[in-house]
Design a protein around this ligand. Structure first.
Ligand SMILES: [Zn+2]
Ligand SMILES: [Zn+2]
Length: 220
């Protein structure tokens, strides 16, 4: 009898113990899986925070986004990518089209240039004879940006003076200084060129690489 009772007791123990054991195993597995998931989410979250903070710092360092528009406010734009280069051109064509002493041009890539409002364009001559298309507000006539026919597709030139804060970008070079108005003195710490500069020798390395990629894409 006692043997039968013993076996019954063993049976009950096994009957209940195994499921309890399995249940505990399942709980441990679930918890560790959950933890692993949390670690994974933690890594993803922190990576995104680092990327976001780095992006924010980069935008701040470059005063991005650069915001501007025409005189009447019908055309507005936002530049979200770091410009390639900014130069002041002193040629007589730029003097005429601005009605001033020189133009400041910020050279950039169209993908980072978002424009709202209607613009019209025309074709004007350039020194090379290839021409360019200025885009202006049809309401107030402000010339906001342009595209040069010789330049790769996706390359745009912004008229820096149309920025809400024009001092956010300063010229990195002065070009066509042979045609410069004689009463104007240029800063000594910024390179001057009698005509156009050699891009590879003048632009920052990173800008040259971005421009090379743009040229390669537009020719393929
Ligand atoms: Zn306007
Ligand atoms: Zn010019």
């Amino acid at each position: 009898m006692s043997i039968i009772l013993q076996q019954l007791a063993n049976g009950i123990t096994v009957f209940f113990a195994i499921p309890i054991f399995l249940n505990q195993l399942a709980l441990i597995a679930k918890r560790s899986f959950k933890n692993r998931n949390s670690v994974f989410l933690y890594i993803i979250h922190h990576s995104l925070v680092i990327i976001y903070e780095r992006g924010k710092r980069m935008l701040k360092e470059n005063n991005l986004p650069l915001i501007g528009g025409c005189s009447c406010g019908q055309v507005r734009y936002e530049l979200t990518e770091k410009p390639l280069f900014t130069h002041a051109c002193h040629c007589t064509d730029c003097q005429r089209s601005t009605g001033s002493g020189f133009v400041i041009h910020t050279l950039t890539i169209k993908s980072g240039f978002k424009i709202t409002g209607e613009t019209k364009s025309t074709t004007l001559p350039t020194g090379s004879g290839a021409g360019y298309n200025p885009h202006f507000c049809p309401k107030c006539g402000t010339f906001v940006w342009c595209e040069y026919h010789v330049a790769p597709k996706g390359f745009v030139v912004l008229r820096t003076g149309t920025l809400d804060k024009p001092n956010d970008i300063q010229p990195q070079a002065h070009i066509f200084t042979t045609q410069k108005l004689p009463w104007l003195s240029l800063p000594e710490n910024v390179p001057h060129f009698p005509e156009m500069y050699n891009r590879k020798e003048t632009w920052p390395k990173e800008s040259n690489q971005r421009m090379d990629r743009l040229a390669a894409n537009s020719s393929s």
